[in-house]
Structure formats: C-alpha cells, structure tokens
Design a binder for this molecule. Sequence first.
Ligand SMILES: Cc1ncc(COP(=O)(O)O)c(C=O)c1O
Length: 399
Amino acid sequence: MNLSEHQQLDETYLLQNYGRRLPLAFVSGDGCYLYDSAGRRYLDWLAGIAVNTLGYAHPQLTAALTAQIGALLHSSNYFLIEPQIRLGQRLVELSGLDRAFFCNSGCEANEALLKFARLWNGAQVGEGRRTGVLAFEGSFHGRTLATLSATGQAKIQKGLAPLVPGFQHVPFNDLAAARAAVDDSIGAVLVETIQGEGGIHVATPEFLVGLRQLCDERGILLLLDEVQCGLGRTGSFFAYQQYGLQPDALALAKGLGGGVPIGAVVMTQAVADCVTPGTHGTTFGGNYLASRAGLTVVETMLAEDLVAHAASVGERLLAGLQQLAATHPLADHARGRGLMLALELTAEKAAAVRDACAERGLILNAVSPTALRILPPLVLRAEQVDEGLALLNDALAAV
Ligand SMILES: Cc1ncc(COP(=O)(O)O)c(C=O)c1O
C-alpha cells in the first residue's frame, strides 16, 4: 500500500480520533532506525512514545517472542503462568516492593491503583470514606473515565462531564499547595515522578520527598505513575529511586513490553493484603506473550546495562540540546533526565520543527506548541545522538 492509499483508507474506515499529523507509515525497524514503505530510513527519537525500550528487531526479544508464539500465546489467569511469575519476581526485586499485578496498558495500571487505594482506605477507615485522590495540574494518567478524571488537563476532560468525583488538582512541584489540599477526604496522592504528556517536568526532590512525608503523616497512600518515566529511561530502573523513597504502589506500562501491550502495578504487602480474590482482574493481563515480552525486556536491560547506558547517552543528548539552545534563537532551553528530554522553544513552532525533522529523517514529537519531546529507545548509541542533533540543528535553522 502506498502512502496516499494508506491515508485515504485510514480516513475512510478508521475513527478519526488521533489527528495524525505526520503522513508517514513505517513498515520495519532495526535498532534505532525505522523504515517507511518507500524504503526511507528515519532515526527514531520517540520509541513509539517511550515504548520500544530495546529499539526494533532486537535479537533477544525477537527470539523470545517467536518461541513463545510457537508454544502458547494465552491460557487464562485461572492458571499459573511462568513468565508472569518470573516477571513479577523481577519487578518486586528491582523495586523493593512486595507484589506485582499485570494488566494491559497504562490507564489500566492507574485504574488498578485507584481501585486498590479505595480497597486499602476502606480497610483502614471504612468503605466509602477517604475516597478522594490528590493529583496535579499538567498530569496525564490515561483516557478511561477515572484516569481522565485524575488527569490535570482540561483538554483531556472536555465534553466528558460528569467526571468521576473525588479528584483534586494542585500545581505540580508545589508542596505547600499539596499540604493545604489534603484533608480527611483524601486517601491517596497520585503523581508522575516526571510528567511526560505535560511537557517533561521533573518532580523536585523537595516535592516528592515532601509528598512521601505528607502521606506518612496522614496515613494515606503515595501512588506513583511511572508509566512513561519508569523502566530505565531516566537513568535508574525506576525514576523514584533517585529520590531515596518508596511509593506504596507504582504503575508501569509503555516500555515494559518493548512494543507488546502490558501494564503492571507493583505494591507493598499492606496494599496487596486489601486486594483479595475477586476484587480485581483482567482476561489478558500478564498472558504468556505479554509477560514473556516484559521478562525479556527487563532481562535484556539488565544484561546490556541499559539503565547506566541511558544515563550516559542521555547526558550527551542533554548537553547537545543545551548547545542548540545556546546557539539557535528559536531554542530556549533543554530539560529532563536520562532519555526523557524536552527542548523548549521561544515560539509556538514545535509542530513545524517536528515536521522539518521528519523531512530530514528524524522522528520526535511536539508535546506542546512550544516544546519538542525526545524519548529514544534505550539502545541509542552515542553516534546516533550526534546524528540526530545534526538533523535537529538543520531543522531549527530551516523553520
Ligand atoms: C504517565 C502516563 N500515565 C498513563 C498513561 C496512559 O497509558 P496508556 O496510553 O497505555 O493507557 C500515559 C500515556 O501516555 C502516561 O504517559
């Protein structure tokens, strides 16, 4: 199918909810490169929005999934599932938390967090009490009714009233506002360690450590949404590990399956004790295919030391972006951590720069009218940092 056929059939048959801005269709990938139907090569600095942790066609993932497909794709959570158990063990060991639950996406992981918070608070103070959740402006937690209600962005909630009640939003990185908002109705604080869709904003240590203290003082749960920032992207296996604290429960998805849909919640024993048989579940969650993918991603990350690698190539990339900000009038500043970065522009030209990058063979994303977001596969090599910076430099000059 050529590109115009793709577009025409997409517009005829598919729900037009994505507003696809780049007329591109990829047919294969290799390492950090994508190839379109015309055979053109693109350096990928987006990784399917922080999903393709190991890049494309990674031999370990291909071999593991091929073997799993030939053996068994799905049984049911009625039965024991070896790769699910092994992946759960890995996530527990790596997080220092106690138990894992598997689902299929980021919003489902956050839905589970919200349900577990209700069950836990119900057990502490009685069902129907302390059901409120404090969340933050600029956050993104998903598109289901509860998770879009938790999301602190009016554009995500537009047209969908009435929202699920109980969510309060205060400014991100404003501990005093959070303290003032937590009253007896609040049973949990839900926060991204690094806001992704909100534009790559890193929680300050004072803020995150302060939220942990606040939750401890009030006897409520700290729930971290690491759907985008977890899994090695920021230079530690989980982003919170750079803050010297533990959450009560943690949501993961995106990068965990390396392209195969999977979500997870990892939690303390105290939370797990409230989630008894029958209170939560999912047909596909942690099935053979998804959990084999997750297990292979995690084991390959450890074997190839990709967490330290993300930190070091991330430093090179951040320095290069800062250099661009120092030289281009259109580039204002760079921010982020590891391989979760943004370049803020001085004008609302992020979409134009994104398009100019794509024309030059570099894929990245406009996360706001003024900010470019960069989320490469963790296998990005130093020379691919330099290659992408040269293309971005050229694109900035052309816009
Ligand atoms: C921090 C965060 N939470 C939740 C989600 C929702 O994940 P999904 O699209 O897999 O439902 C996203 C997706 O962008 C996200 O970035």
